[in-house]
Design a protein around this ligand. Sequence first.
Ligand code: HEC
Ligand code: HEC
Ligand code: HEC
Ligand code: HEC
Ligand code: HEC
Ligand code: HEC
Length: 465
Amino acid sequence: MSSNHVSRPWYAAFVIFAIAVAGLASAAFYKDQFRAWKDWQRSFVEQEIVRATTPEQAAAAKRIRVEIRQTQLPELRRVDRCITCHLAVDDPSYAGYPQPFAYHPNHDRHAFDKFGCTICHGGQGRATTQEAAHGAVEHWDQPLLPLRYVEASCGKCHVPEDVPEAAALTQGRKLFDDLGCRGCHRLNGIGNSIGPELDHVGRRRSPDWLVAHFRNPAEVTPGSAMPVLGLSDTEIDELTVFMLSLTGEPLTEYYVSMRTLPGANLGQRLFEEKGCIGCHAVAGRGGDVGPDLEGLGQRRDAEWIYSHFRDPQAVSPGTVMPQFSFSEQEARALTEFVLRLSDSEVVGYLKIPRMMSSEQRGAAVYTKYGCAGCHGRDGKGGVINPNAKTGEQVPSLLYVAEGYTTKELTEFIKRGQSEIAPLDAKRPAPPLYMPPWAGKIAPGELEDLVAYLQSLFPEEEGLDW
Ligand code: HEC
Ligand code: HEC
Ligand code: HEC
Ligand code: HEC
Ligand code: HEC
Ligand code: HEC
């Protein structure tokens, strides 16, 4: 061993020398790092000079200053310097250039001087080295979102159902409903508390964590009561996008204007889907159970219409107009739409569908409150509830029409069942119980829900008693 032959003083000197060399090397590295943006700007100027077609343009290109560029965004509480390197984001003639000089797709939808970059991409706005700006550094907890999850940011400001451009977000939002996540999780005040509230989950959890957790919750959180949902990779990505959109970031009115004023497009879709025309005439077409909706704006103001959609009984006691379980945003969108109904252009292209039955509305109630999270899609069961006497699974609901009268079923849903009998007293208690729904589900919704559950009985088996 050669080191045994080196005397101690020499050995110490050698260590100091080695440290000094390493220090110099890393100082040079960091200096390079901090200079990189200048190199990018110089090569951008060269580009501009090459692209100039007149002497004036060439002269102007030469005058471009090498300097830090930034956007002050006080309302978003940030300063973004990304354009120090991403120099041509708003110049379509740079489409397809190598990064960081490429033109940005759809640059005119969100003016960069009002939006900056990090509100959509994450990353560290003030930083001027690539590593730090892209957030791949230890002290920064919001690294650049991988591009395939960037749609998550659209959900900070837009209603997911209202941005067809963000297909994965829209789909993730829909899966959240269909899979009944609210049966165990609260979001925006609706849902149960068996799992954590999800209002800020996009800030707590990284894309990788979420993906691994959706694959197998118990592998990430040992003993988790969250079921393995058997999702495809695409579905997992879509749900992950939706989760990442839930940051609860406070945003000023301008930025969330698209959320507080969801478009009439969403309103029209709901109007068609819910079959309002079955009871209401518009431009002489439709039913006559309720008033003709033309000229509505002269009779009612927006606040009245909105409240009536949220809870028709509360506004017009005794009305036969059903409660459709609209979310706040849906009720607003619908309000905006019905107020435009005298617009003959709007009326012209309305589709006329069939009226919705009580069972169909009940299916929407089943979805809204997340019953599927425990009872499976369409009440088919299959969700594991270890050590439950009823068979280690939450019961399927296909046969409730057989075991309960309408009144008993209504009462049971209101009351719930918090004490679930264990199969084996020595094993841990079953993690899932039936939450009480009294006060959470409005009477009109409950009636439709019960009609839906009773309709689940497999027809071919018949009810023969
Ligand atoms: C020091 C220069 C520099 C700064 C500052 C910088 N970037 Fe970049 N960025 C680059 C370069 C170079 C690339 C292309 C190389 C790469 O993909 O790593 C790039 C690529 C990207 C990409 C594409 C990544 C991908 O997966 O294709 C995004 C998104 C991005 N930057 C966003 C940002 C945002 C947001 C900021 C500000 C917080 C920022 N950048 C600041 C130099 C920079
Ligand atoms: C409104 C949200 C939003 C804002 C604001 C925004 N971006 Fe993007 N950015 C996106 C989306 C979405 C994509 C993916 C586009 C696509 O592939 O269609 C993207 C793509 C990119 C890419 C990769 C482009 C490619 O095709 O490889 C870069 C680099 C980038 N953005 C940088 C920036 C910079 C720098 C800013 C600020 C000047 C910025 N972005 C502002 C949403 C945004
Ligand atoms: C910080 C809030 C915010 C984020 C994040 C955001 N938007 Fe927007 N978006 C707005 C606002 C506000 C407008 C209206 C801008 C204006 O007209 O000045 C808008 C406009 C739009 C429009 C044009 C709508 C119209 O009717 O003209 C589309 C499309 C759009 N956004 C899609 C997206 C997509 C897709 C994403 C995600 C990549 C996204 N937005 C992210 C706030 C946001
Ligand atoms: C039967 C109840 C149940 C259902 C249904 C359920 N979860 Fe969970 N979930 C839990 C429990 C319990 C936890 C806490 C333990 C853990 O981390 O797994 C949890 C944890 C989570 C977490 C981590 C939250 C955090 O901050 O740690 C996310 C994200 C999540 N669930 C999303 C979903 C989504 C999305 C759905 C619907 C596709 C869903 N869950 C369906 C019970 C459920
Ligand atoms: C957190 C899980 C969970 C959610 C969410 C949940 N349930 Fe249940 N439910 C259960 C469990 C567990 C039982 C079994 C109770 C028992 O064993 O006594 C049950 C039992 C029932 C039963 C009786 C079934 C039978 O065969 O006797 C009905 C009906 C029912 N639930 C309806 C609903 C409806 C409707 C919703 C949505 C509004 C809902 N449940 C949401 C866990 C849940
Ligand atoms: C089963 C029949 C029925 C259906 C379906 C129905 N409504 Fe109604 N609607 C009524 C009746 C009856 C009234 C009058 C009593 C009241 O104010 O609730 C009414 C009142 C209204 C009013 C107030 C009209 C006024 O001039 O005061 C509006 C707006 C309205 N409905 C919109 C809708 C929309 C939008 C839908 C579809 C989402 C819908 N309705 C579905 C029966 C129905």
